[in-house]
Design a protein around this ligand. Structure first.
Ligand SMILES: *[C@@H]1O[C@H](CO)[C@@H](O)[C@H](O)[C@H]1NC(C)=O
Ligand SMILES: *[C@@H]1O[C@H](CO)[C@@H](O)[C@H](O)[C@H]1NC(C)=O
Ligand SMILES: *[C@@H]1O[C@H](CO)[C@@H](O)[C@H](O)[C@H]1NC(C)=O
Ligand SMILES: *[C@@H]1O[C@H](CO)[C@@H](O)[C@H](O)[C@H]1NC(C)=O
Ligand SMILES: *[C@@H]1O[C@H](CO)[C@@H](O)[C@H](O)[C@H]1NC(C)=O
Ligand SMILES: *[C@@H]1O[C@H](CO)[C@@H](O)[C@H](O)[C@H]1NC(C)=O
Ligand SMILES: *[C@@H]1O[C@H](CO)[C@@H](O)[C@H](O)[C@H]1NC(C)=O
Length: 622
């Protein structure tokens, strides 16, 4: 007992010293870096090494940068002043920083109208990235007086978008600007002219924080003829408007059009859920797009195959349409045929579709003998298994069809000579799982079948032998149903390294057969009251997650096995949080082992117990 307490003290106290100074280190490129975060500085420290390349003064109390604040640090390439309370910069604040490449002043109180005197950026002839976003906290009209025109080499600018934004001529001088990012968005209207002062060469436009609905005129993006990335993720714009403003990019090619989560209901502007029509798709369908994100847009219906009306299917590499609620009922075949024409597609994500419950119970009003009652009537769905075989295009690498609440009518998913590496077909409301067949070579490395009862997947012979599979994820699949009758079922993926069978309420031991290559086993959220002996069969196991079980101790032979693994592999990780473990510290050998073993436990675990009558002790992470 005594030993335990002593060790506890030694382990806990060394970490409590407060260092009220900057931490100077050499980074991987041998650049000298000063980390001065959270030190309460009210002015720039003047006693740091003069050859610093990186200076981080975030989270201090700087209010104003005086003239020549940094003249000692003329080799600085990166200066980070985020999360201070600066509201003014003196005209010569940055004098001497001619090598500075990145300047960040996020989350201060700098006003684009009043805080930046002319000439303030004059010394920064090498600056390529300036981030002054998240400074304008309230929506007021402030013309942009920030003298960005002095930054002739600027490539990236992040700035707030103020109410009634009017930029000004100085922006035209940013001939090298490529990436424009707005963070904090106070506009409510974007006019055709709003961005007319912006330089023409911009190829990335990000506007992702407009929480209040923005009315947008059709020509707003006309000043950006060379745009390659349009990122409007999460801005309250409505898909209907977003599809209109891509008009200037018709028949061009773009790297990414990211319209995730931009549709919110709006009564004032009579905007509702989206019914996608060919007319709405008329501009975007002519663009050659590499990455398209249409996720989370309240698309409830797709008319006339409009989503498959793209004229350049060969351009697509990544398509995300998750979290909408349109049904494929009438046009599934067209969609899959279309995916087939995407000859360069690598990733397809069609998940989180709340379409229709599998077995709804309806209420009937029945009147008999002047007596009205409500009766429950279970819907006996006629599930028609259509004879549809979906063949995964050869070049596809990643497919996720997960969390689809609807009725599955497919018979077969066919993978022929394919590059498919990752297939997630999980959390499906279904009675019938399509059979997965492989022909020719395959490269499938990860299969996720979580949330679907294993008796209709692997138990029903729907999964073929998967030689290359490295990771099998089967959370919440009632695997015990299958293991009861066939404990060697997992021999159909004989080479897996990672197996996740969490959330099963499994308590029986010795249930999984031989898996000689297994390194990671996740048994969390089960009901084990003892570490199953079967783990000892996995010679290469180094990560074992047994959190959220019913373990009270770890038996001696398992302790020995764990230590052996550690001697063999140097790193062994054991996850034990949320077990009734050692709450009673009677198990002294176990406690001593916990203290002496070199095995790593997961972070933030609180192994605590009552040690006899002495006092409560906490054994920190070892
Ligand atoms: C905005 O520009 C588009 C063309 O790009 C034009 O059709 C539209 O009429 C303009 N709107 C206004 C209000 O000027
Ligand atoms: C788009 O914007 C979001 C939100 O700001 C950001 O997280 C994401 O990285 C951006 N996407 C790209 C491709 O730059
Ligand atoms: C859909 O197609 C039908 C027949 O081809 C046509 O009559 C109808 O106008 C189209 N609807 C829309 C919204 O394009
Ligand atoms: C139902 O109620 C009506 C009016 O209250 C009465 O005339 C009739 O006889 C009743 N029928 C039966 C089957 O009880
Ligand atoms: C158990 O499953 C494996 C893999 O699917 C199969 O090869 C084996 O024949 C099955 N054994 C029994 C007894 O069904
Ligand atoms: C094991 O699975 C649980 C539940 O799915 C998850 O929260 C946990 O992160 C996994 N453990 C590891 C080590 O990945
Ligand atoms: C660990 O748990 C004990 C008892 O539940 C609690 O008093 C203690 O504050 C916890 N320690 C940490 C670091 O969370």
């Amino acid at each position: 007992m005594y030993i335990i307490i002593t060790i506890w003290i030694i382990l806990v106290y060394p970490y409590t010293t407060v260092h009220a100074q900057c931490n100077i280190t050499l980074n991987t490129l041998e650049d000298k870096e000063a980390d001065c975060k959270h030190q309460g500085f009210t002015s720039v420290p003047t006693n740091l090494p003069p050859d610093l390349k990186i200076l981080d003064l975030s989270y201090n109390r700087l209010t104003r940068l005086g003239d020549n604040s940094f003249h000692r640090y003329k080799y600085l390439e990166q200066l980070i002043l985020d999360n201070n309370i600066m509201n003014f910069l003196d005209a010569k604040a940055f004098t001497g920083l001619s090598l500075l490449r990145r300047l960040s002043m996020v989350k201060n109180q700098l006003n684009v109208f009043t805080s930046y005197p002319p000439g303030v950026f004059e010394s920064l002839q090498n600056l390529s990235a300036l981030d002054v976003s998240r400074n304008m906290k309230t929506p007021e009209y402030n013309p942009y007086r920030i003298p960005v025109g002095e930054l002739c080499n600027l490539c990236e600018l992040s700035i707030d978008l103020v109410l009634n934004a009017t930029f000004g001529q100085q922006f035209r001088k940013l001939h090298n600007l490529r990436k424009l990012r707005f963070d904090y968005c106070h506009v409510d209207i974007l006019y055709n002219e709003t961005f007319s002062d912006m330089p023409v060469n911009i190829n990335e436009f990000h506007m992702t924080t407009c929480k209040h609905f923005v009315v947008i005129e059709v020509g707003v993006l006309v000043p950006f003829p060379h745009l390659k990335v349009l990122n409007l993720t999460n801005s309250n714009i409505h898909l209907t408007q977003a599809l209109r403003i891509v008009q200037p990019f018709q028949n061009k090619s773009m790297d990414a059009i990211l319209f995730r989560g931009i549709t919110h209901g709006n009564i004032k502007h009579d905007l509702d859920a989206v019914v996608l029509t060919q007319d709405m798709m008329k501009y975007i369908s002519t663009i050659c797009i590499t990455t398209l994100d249409f996720s989370d847009n309240q698309i409830i219906s797709v008319k006339n195959n409009s989503i498959v009306s793209f004229k350049h299917p060969q351009c697509f590499e990544h398509i995300m349409v998750s979290s909408n609620s349109f049904s494929l009922e009438t046009w599934a075949v067209n969609l899959f045929l279309f995916v087939f024409r995407m000859t360069n597609i690598k990733m397809f994500d069609f998940s989180y579709f709340p379409l229709r419950f599998k077995n709804p119970v309806f209420l009937d009003i029945v009147t008999k003998n002047n007596h009205t009652t409500i009766e429950r009537l279970e819907y006996k769905g006629r599930l028609e298994i259509q004879d549809i075989t979906v063949t995964v295009p050869n070049q596809m690498q990643f497919v996720r069809i997960a969390h689809v609440m609807g009725r599955n009518g497919f018979r077969e998913i066919k993978v022929i000579n394919s590059s498919l590496r990752q297939l997630e077909v999980s959390y499906f409301e279904t009675d019938v799982f399509p059979i997965i067949t492989l022909e020719g070579f395959n490269s499938l490395e990860l299969l996720d079948l979580s949330g679907i009862s294993s008796d209709i997947t692997i138990g029903a012979g729907k999964i073929p032998l998967l030689i290359h599979l490295k990771t099998l994820i089967m959370k919440e699949t009632k695997l015990y149903l299958v293991l009861q009758t066939n404990s060697s079922i997992l021999s159909l993926c004989p080479n897996i390294k990672n197996l996740d069978i969490s959330y099963h309420y499994i308590w029986k031991k010795n249930l999984i057969g031989q898996l000689p290559h297994l390194t990671t086993l996740n048994l969390s959220y089960n009901l084990f009251d003892d570490v199953p002996d079967v783990v000892k069969k996995f010679d290469n196991l180094t990560d074992l997650d047994l959190s959220h079980n019913q373990l009270t101790t770890i038996r001696k032979n398992i302790q020995n096995w764990i230590d052996t693994q550690h001697t063999k592999f140097r790193t062994v990780k054991l996850y034990l949080s949320n077990n009734p473990l050692i709450r009673s510290c009677d198990t002294t050998t176990f406690l001593r082992w916990i203290l002496t073993t070199k095995v790593k436990f997961n972070e933030n675990v609180n192994y605590s117990c009552w040690v006899s009558s002495i006092k409560k002790s906490t054994i920190p992470e070892i």
